[in-house]
Ligand binder design. Structure first.
Ligand SMILES: [Zn+2]
Length: 283
């Protein structure tokens, strides 16, 4: 990290940011020019050392607790897109509605197919709704940076023996003991995280040997990104800080001590998203 405290004013109000180097290999962000997907004041960089694509400034965590809640910038971004392309926006919103139901079942279905119960962790758990359908035997835990959402999740999780922590994930993970979790869900979370590698390293620590994490992130390597360019739905400034491809996700997972697998359908180039299972050795 090169510095912090810069304040930008934008359509989301003033926001304190800090600079980020390449989150995969640590190469300084100064060595890459702003790429073609940049949008003032956010520069999208393509790391010349490892090829990882990322925004080189992240909103300060403290800002995200209240003023910079994701749901707020997400709404503004949706408005911007609605103004850009009203027709296809409506179409994609319908598609998203259908897709919204499917991935939740995919995480649950996958986890339930491998284990019968245990402590499960949802990183970026929001209000906790994704854990609601987990059957008895699973004890839900979560970490969420939005104070309001974390309070809702905490109430729901406590009824089932778990709880939710209101913190940045890397900090929240440190509060759990080693090997505490059987499984974790990282659904539409890792692309938002300013410190994805430290988070994955902490995650490897709190997962039991043989434990695993189910990950869903936008696939920067998708056909749609190549075709749509700047209008690809995976670009969100500055909500989406990391733009993974199957290769860079596998490499980052490997640096954190995980083995990534995508199955037969986890990285289809025709999908805007990819699914991976990160496995911790042992067990
Ligand atoms: Zn790099």
């Amino acid at each position: 990290m090169q510095g912090s405290g810069v304040v930008y004013s934008g359509d989301f109000g003033a926001v304190a940011v800090r600079e980020r180097d390449c989150p995969l290999c640590g190469e300084g962000s100064g060595s890459a020019p702003a790429g073609r997907y940049s949008r003032e004041p956010w520069a999208v960089k393509d790391c010349p050392a490892c090829g990882f694509v990322y925004i080189d400034r992240a909103p300060e965590f403290e800002m995200q607790f209240e003023t910079m809640a994701w749901e707020r910038t997400t709404k503004l971004e949706e408005q911007r897109r609605a103004e850009l392309r009203p027709f296809s926006y409506r179409a994609s919103k319908r598609t998203r509605f259908r897709m919204h139901l499917l991935p939740k079942r995919m995480v649950l279905g996958y986890v339930a197919s491998r284990i019968r119960g245990g402590n499960v962790l949802d990183l970026g758990c929001g209000d906790g709704h994704a854990m609601a359908s987990f059957p008895d035997g699973f004890v839900p835990y979560g970490i969420e940076i939005s104070t309001k959402a974390a309070a809702v999740a905490d109430r729901a999780f406590r009824e089932r023996g778990g709880y939710a922590i209101n913190a940045a994930c890397v900090e929240g993970l440190r509060r759990f003991p080693e090997g505490f979790f059987a499984a974790a869900s990282l659904r539409s979370y890792l692309e938002h995280e300013a410190e994805p590698l430290p988070v994955l390293r902490q995650l490897a620590r709190v997962l039991a040997p043989g434990g695993f994490a189910v990950v869903k992130v936008p696939n920067y390597g998708s056909l749609n990104r190549r075709i749509m360019g700047r209008r690809w739905c995976g670009f969100r400034y500055p909500d989406h800080l990391n733009y993974f491809t199957p290769r860079t996700l596998r490499e980052m997972a490997g640096r954190a001590g995980f083995t990534a697998s995508f199955g037969r359908t986890g990285r289809l180039p025709t999908s805007d998203n990819m699914w991976a299972v990160l496995a911790r050795p042992g067990g």
